[in-house]
Design a protein around this ligand. Structure first.
Ligand SMILES: NC(=O)c1ccc[n+]([C@@H]2O[C@H](COP(=O)([O-])OP(=O)(O)OC[C@H]3O[C@@H](n4cnc5c(N)ncnc54)[C@H](OP(=O)(O)O)[C@@H]3O)[C@@H](O)[C@H]2O)c1
Length: 218
């Protein structure tokens, strides 16, 4: 059975991915910065059983986290409440170092949660351009790493239930460039171990096509 390392596992998408992997009986290692935050309550859908919780920080040496792992999900992000220093150190440099660690460890597949607009930051909202530039170069580093990869570039994330239907074509109206975190988590889960998706960079928005069908059609 393959083992998955989730970076940014304590985040909203990260927790969904970890909980789903655990619930399907898959081996999962979940990187968080402060494990004490997850010892009680409803983290990871209520239970830590079946989850290997590990402490790590993308601003530090994380190479040990990759030992014995087959596939990696990167769903970390510095978030909107931090400055551009963290955009550089986490979204760009932390991601690049994670990619290098994965390559050095011989990881089979790396699934990246990137962002809509990362392909061309000049066309994105000016307000988040530094973030898009960071995501752009992290994605580029992954593409050039020699790793098998899937890059998911979701639109603005919403805390809504899964819609289950998406489009991989960016809607013209920015207000429609949205998707629920649950749908992104499901796209990550469908990407893991899916060789047909390797080498693909996929924008994802709420849409009309069933998720698996939309991914397969890219
Ligand atoms: N917000 C949007 O509209 C949007 C759109 C497209 C793509 N994205 C991307 O989607 C991804 C996931 O989104 P989300 O809503 O699940 O994010 P989230 O809830 O903010 O989770 C991000 C996680 O990253 C972790 N993190 C931050 N700095 C770190 C560091 N130095 N080392 C290790 N982990 C660190 C945080 O860890 P702690 O739990 O320790 O704080 C947090 O758990 C992110 O990559 C984001 O950039 C977001």
């Amino acid at each position: 059975m393959s083992k998955t390392l989730v970076l940014g596992a304590g985040g909203q998408i990260g927790q969904m991915v970890v909980a789903s992997l655990r619930d399907s009986g898959c081996e999962v290692r979940a990187q968080v910065r402060e494990p004490a935050r997850f010892s009680e309550g409803d983290s990871f859908g209520g239970s830590l059983q079946g989850i290997e919780l590990v402490t790590g920080d993308l601003e530090q040496d994380i190479s040990a986290l990759f030992e014995g792992v087959d596939q990696v999900v990167f769903s970390a992000g510095s978030g909107a409440s931090t400055g551009f220093d963290k955009t550089l150190l986490v979204d760009l440099w932390g991601a690049c170092r994670a990619i290098d660690c994965a390559r050095d460890a011989g990881i089979r597949q790396f699934v990246m949660v990137s962002s809509r607009g990362a392909n061309n930051p000049d066309n994105g909202p000016e307000r988040i351009k530094p973030y898009l530039v960071a995501k752009h170069f992290a994605d580029k580093h992954l593409v050039e790493s020699g790793l098998e990869y899937v890059i998911l570039q979701p639109g603005r994330l919403l805390d809504e239930p899964a819609c289950g239907r998406v489009t991989t074509v960016r809607p013209v109206d920015p207000a429609e460039q949205i998707i629920s975190r649950r749908d992104v988590a499901d796209a990550v889960l469908l990407s893991l171990g899916n060789e047909a998706l390797n080498g693909k960079t996929i924008e994802l928005f709420k849409g009309e096509t069933e998720l698996a069908e939309a991914l397969a059609a890219v």
